[in-house]
Design a protein. Structure first.
Length: 369
């Protein structure tokens, strides 16, 4: 409650809407109707526009949800003594970065990949070396659309949101270049030498595109990818990589690149929302959990997401239902105890107990054979 000096937290489940445009337009309407100062209005509008950016780069279409959050976030909104927003900060966790390289049937990569490919101008398509969605292996199912959503319109709104968040033109273009580079990683072709364990890259067309977009030397890039240098004692030794190892390294590099881009976006948004000169006497915390999904094939990342969601739900149930009802009893309030559902602790124990799933996976990683 603003003005009390206390903070409050709100847990939000992952109920996503299908038409982001309507939400943004209605949210923006709230800003124009207020009688706040221009500075206050700008801050509130920037806070609202942070979500479309994060959704574009962190949300995707799954079998169960057209706009599923593939990451979790905690938003802290600070208020001054008058109840006005004094600043905000966003923390994110568990981005499903494996989605940037593969998706299951009828699912999509992150929204911005399609927005860029379908919404970019002819000049930008040339600058970012873009092709049709069907050309990219990292878009496993080609150009999969979302019902009642235009990726072209969403692309324009994402860029507009970045303008409102004070992104510079170069920052926006750098973001687009990184996304285009990630797409090109998936089209690398490697071959195995017959006489050795060394893999080769006969056609370096897409490697040249990646290096052009990222501004690195293509010869050095290919050399490091095929023969990485390891430190052995005090010396650096080049290690031969077979085709499977190089493909794994390529995917790992592209996933790490996209994850760092996402983290940079969050840090850049926080820089705009930071109002250190304005002291906040209270705050509201909003926890937006990642999408709980049960796929045909579930990755380790999805296991971590579902496990985290179970822990959060258990905490929420215990705090809001069990402890609250016990307080009613202690105060002598007439109350029939209500059971709000199955206790999640057995499932949590199965994952985190000493000989649970995580423990066994950790042991297998240390001693795989």
């Amino acid at each position: 409650q603003p003005g009390t000096g206390k903070g409050q937290a709100v847990s939000r489940s992952n109920s996503q809407n299908k038409n982001q445009m309507q939400r943004r337009q209605s949210s923006s309407g709230l800003i124009t109707k207020t009688g706040m100062s221009m500075q206050q209005g700008d801050l509130e509008q920037q806070l609202l526009q942070a979500n479309p950016i994060l959704e574009a780069f962190g949300n995707a279409k799954t079998i169960k949800n057209d706009n599923s959050s593939r990451f979790g976030k905690f938003i802290r909104i600070n208020f001054d003594n008058f109840g006005h927003i004094a600043g905000a900060n966003i923390e994110t966790y568990l981005l499903e970065k494996s989605r940037s390289v593969r998706q299951q049937e009828d699912e999509r990569n992150f929204h911005f990949f399609y927005q860029l490919l379908l919404g970019a101008s002819p000049e930008d398509r040339k600058d970012f070396l873009l092709e049709k969605p069907e050309k990219y292996r990292y878009l496993s199912n080609g150009n999969v659309g979302v019902t009642d959503v235009s990726d072209v319109e969403e692309y324009g709104m994402t860029l507009e949101a970045m303008d409102i968040m004070s992104f510079t033109p170069e920052e926006k273009r750098s973001t687009q270049r990184v996304v285009a580079a990630v797409l090109n990683f998936g089209n690398f072709d490697f071959k195995q030498e017959r006489s050795s364990d060394q893999a080769t890259m006969p056609d370096q067309t897409y490697a040249q595109k990646v290096c052009h977009l990222l501004g690195v030397n293509v010869t050095d890039f290919v050399k490091v990818l095929l023969k990485p240098r390891l430190k052995v004692g005090r010396e650096l030794v080049s290690k031969a990589q077979n085709m499977e190892q190089v493909e794994f390294s390529s995917q790992a590099l592209s996933k790490a690149l996209y994850e760092r881009l996402f983290k940079w976006l969050v840090a850049r948004i926080n820089k705009t929302l930071d109002r250190t000169s304005r002291k906040g006497s209270s705050f509201i915390g909003i926890l937006d959990i990642a999408g709980f999904e049960i796929f045909k094939t579930n990755s380790f990342e999805q296991l971590c997401i579902n496990y985290t969601n179970e822990k959060l739900q258990q905490l929420f149930n215990h705090t809001m239902f069990i402890l609250e009802q016990e307080e009613y009893r202690s105060e002598g309030i007439v109350w029939d105890f209500i059971d709000f559902g199955l206790d999640l602790q057995p499932c949590i124990d199965l994952i985190e107990k000493p000989m649970g799933i995580l423990s066994l996976l950790d042991e297998e990683c240390w001693f795989p054979k």
